[in-house]
Design a protein around this ligand. Structure first.
Ligand code: ZN
Length: 856
């Protein structure tokens, strides 16, 4: 395996050979008990005490190189790089052959910008290596770390340095930590967790172990990660990595006050900690404070001018807050400092892909992958590009839509039509004129969606994500049996494009989501979110987050339900703002945010109300709304056996009057007992109690079942119509409505309901067939042609028949050549079809009049 990019010019092959041919040499004779005490001081953050103890030991002249190393580590933990430099100089003179010490020296010099000294150390180590025949575990780890730092292929370091040490010395904690850390750098969280879980017993005392554990679980198990960081900080309250991990989350949650306090704790110990200053710079940017941003960045680079991590970190935080343009600019700064710095390159690739600058984005992703075959994100992106290459691209005015071939045939044009309507309606409403093309990618495989969106597979629960000019969507194919209304998803995501553009990507998450969900319900009352019994309970209980802190409802959500509730509550907050202060106030707030004003300041300015007042008014609004939902109902759970009959349920209801669940249970039971008159009466009572309820076993469904059994088609259609109006994913209602409309000969209604059905699942034939028929009968010829073509895409057994009908429609539309083609194909399958022959005769000898060429 090659080791490209090694900067020092070492003979790496030789290094690896040496490492492989090592013999076990025990740690040099150290005064065990004492050094363990000193190590504990370091581990628990008592840096000054550790430094003192080590200094005394070093002064005695007897100390091993490990004591010197500890002294250096204690010094740099507090940012005392000058002292560390002196310790290193003296230590190197005393231990000219100690590889770990020299490599630590190199690292300290390098990361404090002392390039000349760093080079000197390397030169010395190189000679030393040439003279040696074996290395210890500690030496091999140190070498591995060094090689990684110098750009050696990570997989090679893992396989040839770290893993053999773990195998040889399973109780050597440092080897586990180094391996897990390497895996995490390459986004291989699963492997990191696996290695950490196999770490020896003593790991529990190491803050570094808990910190790495937190990183391994950060995305998949937030609670576990939070606990791990708490464990790390319980051992060492000054553990900079763990404190910064906390800061990272707090910045994402837009809790800048808490983030600043935590940063202060880091800087109190090491006033020059570059990452802490980088976070400060990012926060300053997010708070629209360019002077603060510049100052903090200068301090972050004070220790080491060429540190590529600083700009990379600032940029990454900005991108996490959707400031992709600014984020990308920072990654470019980082790469100016160190053109080979892969984290910046990988992040820039993702930023560009999110900005729709695909050419450069894909090129960079390929470069990262070529340099580093282990980086999981780069690997994912490169294989995603191969999948995307097979997609069909539909270009339409202002849009570039990529879809799977089959899906493009089935609903591509319709998706484009929804997007174009959204562009017009929402653009006008919010006063936004988009300048560029919006890219929309619809993925049949959740895995591809997740990689395109987050760089990693997984991330269940997202229907779509909008980055501004780029939207990614999970197609119905990836959503199992009950997909969501994809038209609503496109509307929602495109609304983000509008509001992100208006605020120049500066809006807080809650407001962005709140407006998108609100706009769904404005476009179609069945889209958006309704007050479910659970939401009602949460609003009236302790789950309401104050309006001024709504972003934290997303970031600190305790469960998937709480995330859903955060969307619901945000939409309610937007509704409140519009109802209370008018739509123009909301629009003005977005303008202010776009100019860099923090949301809460903008809200106060535009509404003229103090934040505390807004919070209390919104709380009242939300609670009133919840109280007005099923206001007379009670909510105790029904404690009856499953087979309780209607008499038993009625008896229970007498003791629990107006109980929604009891009433629902009674209705369902009455239907089952076929007591139609009673069932109708009670279902009407259920509907009156809570008309918004369209969850499982709703009143509309119960009434429809009743009317179906009793042959009251008109009443059945009315009940289903009520349901269909309120629920965007009610396929059962749409399907039955189509049947009823067809039977009643109401073709426009049948077409409407087929369209609703199709907006949920365009990947089965039934809605296309229904639409083909209804559109034909109601003279919506283009739609009927498209629907028949979609039916054919399923490879149906009655293709000849469908083609004939298609040919008729095409002929009526004046598209004679196309009609001829279809009728000929129909005759291939059914040569005896008389009507097809007749149509062909009619078409023979005639051709379409020449049409002007369409521009490409
Ligand atoms: Zn959204």
């Amino acid at each position: 395996m090659g080791e490209p990019g090694l900067k020092s010019g070492w003979d790496v092959g030789r290094l690896i050979a040496l490492a492989l041919g090592f013999a076990v040499v025990g740690l040099s004779a150290v005064r065990g008990a004492d050094i363990a005490d000193a190590e504990k001081l370091l581990r628990t953050g008592k840096y000054a005490e550790c430094e003192k103890l080590a200094a005394d030991e070093v002064a005695s002249g007897e100390a091993s190189a490990r004591w010197w190393e500890l002294k250096v580590r204690a010094e740099i933990a507090r940012g005392k790089y000058d002292e560390a430099g002196k310790t290193i100089a003296a230590g190197r003179a005393k231990y000219p052959n100690d590889l770990p010490f020299h490599l630590l020296a190199h690292e300290v010099y390098r990361t404090s910008g002392r390039e000349k000294e760093a080079k000197e150390v390397l030169a010395a180590v190189q000679t030393q290596i040439d003279d040696r025949r074996a290395t210890t575990d500690a030496e091999r780890l140190a070498l591995g770390r060094y090689l990684l730092e110098s750009g050696t292929d990570a997989k090679a370091v893992l396989d040839k340095f770290f893993l053999p040490v773990i195998k040889q010395s399973p109780d050597y904690l440092d080897a586990h930590l180094a391996t897990a850390e390497l895996a995490l750098t390459k986004h291989d969280r699963g492997f990191a967790a696996e290695i950490l879980q196999k770490a020896p017993k003593g790991a529990a005392d190491s803050p570094r172990f808990h910190f790495l554990m937190a990183r391994a679980f950060a995305d998949d198990d937030r609670e576990r990660a939070t606990k791990a960081i708490a464990d790390a900080l319980a051992i060492n309250p000054h553990h900079a990595d763990s404190l910064l991990f906390r800061v990272d989350h707090l910045v994402t949650a837009e809790d800048y006050t808490a983030a600043e306090a935590t940063l202060k704790a880091v800087l109190d110990v090491d006033p020059g900690e570059p990452r802490a200053w980088a976070y400060r710079a990012a926060i300053a940017n997010l708070k629209a404070d360019p002077t603060g941003e510049k100052e903090a960045r200068t301090k972050a680079l004070a220790r080491w001018e060429a540190n590529p991590q600083v700009d990379h970190l600032i940029g990454r935080k900005l991108s996490q807050d959707y400031r992709f343009k600014e984020g990308a600019a920072y990654q470019r700064l980082s790469l100016e400092k160190e053109p080979k710095y892969l984290p910046a390159k990988a992040q820039l690739a993702q930023d560009l892909l999110r900005l729709g600058e695909e050419k450069e984005g894909w090129k960079l992703a390929a470069e990262v992958f070529a340099t580093d075959g282990y980086d999981v994100v780069a690997h994912n992106l490169v294989s995603l590009r191969d999948h995307l290459a097979k997609f069909r691209t539909i270009t339409a005015d202002g849009f570039l839509v990529r879809m799977d071939e089959m899906e493009a045939d089935l609903y591509g044009p319709r998706a484009v039509a929804v997007l174009q309507r959204a562009r017009k309606v929402l653009g006008e409403k919010y006063g936004v004129k988009l300048d560029g093309v919006v890219t929309v990618e619809i993925f049949p495989k959740n895995q591809d969606f997740a990689v395109r969106t987050f760089g990693m597979p997984g991330a269940a629960g997202f229907l779509g994500v909008c980055f501004g000019p780029v939207i990614t969507v999970n197609s119905p194919a990836s959503q199992g049996r009950d997909p969501s209304n994809w038209e609503a998803v496109l509307w929602h995501e495109f609304c983000h494009t509008i509001t992100l553009h208006k605020t120049r990507n500066k809006m807080p998450r809650w407001l962005s989501e709140g407006i998108s969900v609100y706009e769904e319900s404005q476009e179609n009352p069945g889209w958006g979110r309704w007050m479910t019994p659970k939401y009602r309970e949460m609003v009236l209980g302790d789950d309401l987050t104050p309006l001024s802190k709504l972003t934290s409802a997303f970031m600190n959500a305790k469960s998937a339900l709480h995330v859903q509730f955060a969307y619901f509550e945000s939409a309610m907050a937007v509704e409140f703002l519009i109802k209370r202060f008018g739509f123009d106030t909301l629009k003005g707030t977005l303008d202010d945010i776009g100019k860099g004003m923090p949301v809460n300041e903008a809200l106060e300015r535009r509404t003229g109300a103090a934040l505390t007042k807004l919070d209390s008014e919104f709380e009242k609004y939300a609670r009133d709304k919840a109280k007005a939902t099923a206001p007379d109902a009670t909510w105790d759970q029904v404690d009856l056996p499953d087979n309780a009959d209607s008499t038993a349920i009625r008896a229970w209801l007498e003791k629990n009057p107006k109980n929604f669940w009891g009433q629902q249970r009674l209705c369902a039971r009455l239907v089952r007992e076929e007591k139609w008159t009673d069932a109708e009466k009670e279902s009407q009572a259920l509907r009156a109690m809570y008309p918004e309820y369209v969850g499982p076993t709703n009143a509309y469904e119960l009434l429809a079942a009743n009317y179906r059994k009793t042959g009251k088609a008109k009443e059945e259609a009315a009940a289903l119509g009520e349901w269909a109006k309120r629920e965007g994913d009610a396929t059962a209602a749409y399907q039955r409505l189509v049947e009823l409309n067809e039977a009643a000969g109401d073709w426009p209604a049948a077409a409407d309901n087929a369209r609703r059905w199709f907006a949920v699942n365009p990947l089965t034939q039934a809605p296309h067939r229904a639409l083909a028929k209804a559109a034909e009968k109601s003279n919506a010829r283009d739609e009927a042609i498209a629907a028949n073509r979609a039916v054919l895409r399923f490879g149906v057994p009655d293709a000849a028949d469908v083609r004939y009908r298609l040919a008729v429609l095409l002929e009526q539309n004046g598209e004679r050549d196309k009609a001829k083609r279809e009728v000929l194909k129909a005759l291939e399958d059914a040569p005896r079809s008389r009507e097809a022959h007749e149509l062909l005769l009619k078409l023979v000898g005639t051709t379409d009049p020449p049409k002007p060429e369409k521009k490409p």
